[in-house]
Ligand binder design. Structure first.
Ligand SMILES: [Zn+2]
Length: 220
């Protein structure tokens, strides 16, 4: 039994990579972000506790996150292999994850760090445009509309979310890199960190991650 962790800043392509790796390698995808949104939607007790933090844009406390993760691991078939996405986010969570995995006898095999230069992340994140009318997503470089500022699907007006402004993104990226520094150091020291350049396209990125997983597995 094994587990891997996917680390990557906003814009690093983690979401798409996670889907493809899950489909290709058969991992159970544990996304704490998805689980939190689902818990809030279903109005579970944990969802209720988490909601306030999420609305204020604060980090949900480690103990709530851990209860969600423990719930998933407890209910999973014993042969499951896990891919953690967006988790752990803090050293505290990483400590707790070690405990939970040790209890199950699950080995943390790889921590894949999707790494891209700041300017690439910035270009990806500030280029997003959304249709006011139908919500379709575009990107000024990677998925441009046929006519600038106009939705291909419905002719609606495209806009940039306030969250996608350069200043907001710069501060999100800085918060991410500060938070992740300790995790990178921890997993490097343990010899499980695999750094993958994620400035390429989604197909190439998924292929590279899969080849890293294969090579590292064969070398064990
Ligand atoms: Zn539209």
């Amino acid at each position: 039994m094994k587990a891997i962790i996917l680390l990557g800043a906003p814009g690093a392509g983690k979401g798409t990579a996670a889907e493809r790796i899950r489909d290709a390698a058969g991992f159970m995808h544990v996304s704490t972000g998805d689980m939190l949104r689902e818990a809030v939607k279903q109005s579970t007790i944990l969802g209720g506790e988490a909601e306030g933090y999420m609305h204020r844009g604060e980090l949900v406390p480690d103990k709530i996150i851990m209860r969600l993760v423990e719930g998933v691991l407890k209910d999973a078939p014993s042969h499951s292999e896990f891919m953690f996405d967006g988790f752990p986010r803090t050293i505290g969570q990483a400590d707790l994850l070690d405990e939970v995995l040790a209890k199950r006898g699950t080995k943390l095999e790889h921590v894949i760090f999707l790494d891209a230069p700041q300017r690439v992340l910035m270009q990806r994140l500030t280029g997003r445009r959304i249709c006011r009318a139908c919500g379709a997503n575009f990107h000024i470089n990677n998925l441009p509309p046929r006519q600038p500022g106009i939705c291909d699907r419905c002719g609606g007006e495209l806009y940039q979310r306030p969250d996608d402004s350069e200043a907001t993104i710069a501060s999100r990226l800085q918060v991410y890199s500060q938070m992740t520094e300790g995790l990178i150091a921890r997993y490097t020291q343990r010899g499980v960190l695999r750094r993958v350049d994620s400035s390429c396209g989604a197909d190439q990125l998924a292929a590279e991650v899969l080849s890293v997983l294969k090579a590292a597995g064969a070398a064990d």
